[in-house]
Design a protein around this ligand. Structure first.
Ligand code: SAH
Ligand code: SF4
Ligand code: F3S
Length: 469
């Protein structure tokens, strides 16, 4: 645990910052926008930024589409199911619009917008605007066009630098933990994945821009920042000294910001895990001991076919190095079962990988064929029932490891960032350094603070403890 987390004086300072938090909803907002977010953390960040862009033109965010003037679906294209969800939601929105709110405008943003473009308006004429992930700064312009009724609006240009330069400098944040995009896009072209096509090439934001945004978050009472990117550890951009800085240097710099007491980063690719970043993992107390480092599959043959560009042995050696630098680190990973050509023997190598590495949490998926990716035209696609069987076996192992990790925390005292009150009266809810949801009794004044909690019970998904004094 970081000694900083124990500092009572810091908590008092922090309480003062929270008390001074400005009212984030400007009174002049008369229109309502409902933004529904699908997919990854980057979409969560983007949805918040769209709300920031819309606020100066009079839109206040609402939690339901019922009386919204504008509905934005921020979509995900990663698997077929995710993409199809959008069309069923659009069907519901069309009905609602026809019955109750004929003037409502509908926008589709995110990765489905980028991937399918004008096809969306053909399939769902209720949609007024289609906007790709690099165009959110242009929202006011697009809304004006829709209201002038100059036809459907479609924006799918890639200009990541322009987007970040033009997004509002201040953000309206609600909680105490926030995402901050430092890198966007992907040049890796894993053969199963749509992201390089939907998010474009890898682009990193300059250090100063990120530090300014992090300071703004700290001013608003944020205590934990998760630096995000599709390949966050490929981060490389100009530092204040004019030279190129990697993610390790960026983390050291963000760690200097007062009020920010916890730092995380996600998602990393094993190929971009350099020695400087590993040094920072080993030495920076504000960096939480939790690392999401996907391998996808354990078989070298499948890793090659996926174009992951590393072997299982290389991944294992990398994990050993990271664990030597920070022995208490908990690992999380992503896994795909049933990639084309995956035999039972290949799958068993994924099981062996999980047994050998040991994961505190994980995300596991059946391979989903994505149009336009190399995997879609590969021979020897795996049957759905085989994929299902393998997923069940893999998840049984992964979930057992997750539960065992949580149980290993019983009796330990963990620092918990209190995010809010629990469902039961007098109960608080927060996150452990390992991101595990943690429940304990305590006064509401502790919301927004980092407190020590002694863990007494552990399930697969959460921990229960008592305030340590
Ligand atoms: N950039 C990250 C992952 C982004 S997508 C990385 O490289 O790790 C998040 C996860 O979705 C991936 O790690 C992968 O496990 C899963 N995924 C991506 N495409 C998929 C597909 N076609 N079918 C099933 N799962 C997929
Ligand atoms: Fe997709 Fe691979 Fe890029 Fe991750 S590294 S976003 S899985 S192509
Ligand atoms: Fe989905 Fe796009 Fe994220 S496809 S996972 S929303 S980058």
């Amino acid at each position: 645990m970081s000694p900083r987390d124990k500092s009572a004086s810091r908590d008092v300072e922090q309480a003062a910052i929270i008390a001074a938090k400005p009212d984030v909803t400007p009174a002049q907002n008369t229109k309502k926008v409902f933004i529904k977010t699908y997919g990854c953390q980057m979409n969560v960040y983007d949805s918040e930024r769209m709300a920031d862009v819309l606020s100066p033109i009079g839109y206040a965010p609402v939690d339901a589409p019922d009386d919204a003037d504008l509905v934005i679906l921020n979509t995900c294209h990663i698997r077929e199911k995710a993409a199809e969800k959008v069309y069923s939601e659009l069907g519901r929105i069309r009905q609602h619009k026809e019955k109750n709110k004929p003037n409502m405008k509908v926008a589709v943003a995110g990765c489905v917008a980028q991937a399918e473009g004008a096809e969306i308006q053909r399939r769902a004429p209720v949609v007024d605007m289609v906007l790709g992930p690099q165009t959110y700064h242009k929202l006011p312009e697009m809304i004006a066009k829709v209201h002038r009724n100059t036809g459907d609006v479609l924006e799918t240009e890639f200009d990541t630098i322009e987007k970040f330069d033009q997004l509002p400098k201040t953000r309206n944040v609600k909680g105490f933990s926030a995402f901050l995009t430092v890198q966007e896009g992907c040049d890796k072209f894993c053969t199963f994945c749509v992201v390089p096509y939907t998010r474009g090439a890898e682009v990193s934001r300059p250090v100063q821009q990120i530090v300014d945004e992090a300071r703004d978050l700290a001013r608003q009472g944020v205590r934990e920042i998760t630096l995000i990117g599709q390949n966050v550890n490929a981060y490389m951009a100009e530092g204040p000294d004019g030279s190129d800085w990697g993610l390790g240097q960026l983390i050291r710099h963000v760690a200097l910001i007062g009020g920010i007491d916890r730092i995380r980063f996600t998602t990393s690719h094993p190929r971009d895990m350099d020695d400087d970043l590993i040094r920072v993992i080993g030495t920076e107390p504000k960096l939480m001991p939790y690392l999401h480092l996907p391998i996808q599959a354990g078989s070298n043959k499948i890793l090659r076919a996926m174009n992951r560009d590393h072997t299982y042995a290389e991944y294992k050696a990398l994990i050993a190095k990271i664990r030597a630098a920070r022995p208490e680190i908990a690992l999380s990973g992503d896994f795909i079962v049933g990639f084309p050509g995956e035999t039972e023997l290949d799958f068993e190598e994924t099981m062996k990988c999980v047994e050998e590495i040991g994961y505190a949490s994980s995300f596991s998926f059946k391979y989903s064929v994505r149009p336009g990716t190399p995997g879609a035209s590969m021979l020897r696609q795996v049957d759905e029932d085989v994929k299902q069987d393998r997923l069940v076996r893999l998840q049984e192992l992964l979930y057992a490891q997750q539960e065992a990790h949580n149980k290993s925390l019983i009796g330990k005292t963990l620092s918990v960032l209190v995010e809010g009150t629990g469902r039961k009266g007098g109960q608080l809810f927060g996150r452990s350094p390992y991101l595990t949801g943690t429940h304990f009794d305590g006064p509401e004044e502790l919301v927004g603070q980092i407190v020590d909690v002694k863990i007494e019970e552990a399930g697969r998904n959460s921990l229960v403890g008592v305030l340590a004094v």
